[in-house]
Design a binder for this molecule. Sequence first.
Ligand code: NAP
Length: 295
Amino acid sequence: MKLIDGKKVSQEIKNELKEKIAKAKEVTGKIPGLVTIIVGENPASQIYVKMKNKSCAEIGMYSEKRELSESISEDELLNIIDEYNNDEKINGILVQLPLPKHIDENKVIEKISPLKDVDGFHPVSVGNLVIGKETFLSCTPYGIWELLKRYKIETKGKHVVVVGRSNIVGKPIANIMLQKAEGANSVVTICHSAAPDLSYFTKQADILIAAIGRANFITKEMVKDNVVVIDVGINRIDDPNSEKGYKIVGDVDFDEVAEKSSYITPVPGGVGPMTIAMLLQNTFTSFARKNNLSN
Ligand code: NAP
């Protein structure tokens, strides 16, 4: 069994971007910029935004945090997004989700210019992915694809079984793996909670991608020998032995399933760290496109 080390790969990507940004600055006198817009006081969102801004600083990318009151109206938020659509120093716009209930998330996502849609959630980005055009990929699935490529895992003709059909993980990773492209070109099955016998599908997987949100849900009986396992889950469970009283585990029962796997991502340290790295990559891509630089 080989561990897929997302922490290491994400650091490699950040190092590569740092070099590219330094070179781009020499040529154009400009650096890429990302704005993160955060509405309200959600503590988890505050932590994510802080991590994103810190990563930008590490690689020499400009970043701006725009904090807005929980009571902001939908129209006001849409106008602010438009400001950034027209702001020359901003190449990527990220609105931290979830938003307060009185704001329609879809309207907000659709307001972001597809040219700056670094989260890859805009219907134009999603549509381009489905028809196989170059586009912004949403960051967690993009990170999974990058891990498979960098570990040179054979995907062509392999059966990829995705458990989960969310718009941010399950559906986009299924569409990525379906592309006729390097590191993809797979036969893809998508499962969800209505699957009558989930094991029937998961046992067929050469590559199993679990994006369910249930701790240790995939057990060794549900996979075949030598499976490649990508565990997207982030679940908090009680752990009296830890100082905090809890620990983070994935959707896969790691200890059991690792024994049967050829490759597996740990949680934490697998898919998780890749998400921010790919957000930075998307922001650089947006900047590179605008300035006719190679990506
Ligand atoms: P989500 O929107 O809740 O979707 C979960 C999916 O799992 C749904 O499609 C659901 O089916 C399916 N599911 C639930 N129970 C099932 C069962 N018993 N059998 C088969 N399918 C079942 O979750 P998400 O946003 O995709 O996230 C999934 C996990 O990944 C979470 O733990 C989340 O924290 C984590 N995550 C990690 C990252 C990262 O590493 N950066 C990013 C995003 C998410 P239905 O559609 O039928 O309800």
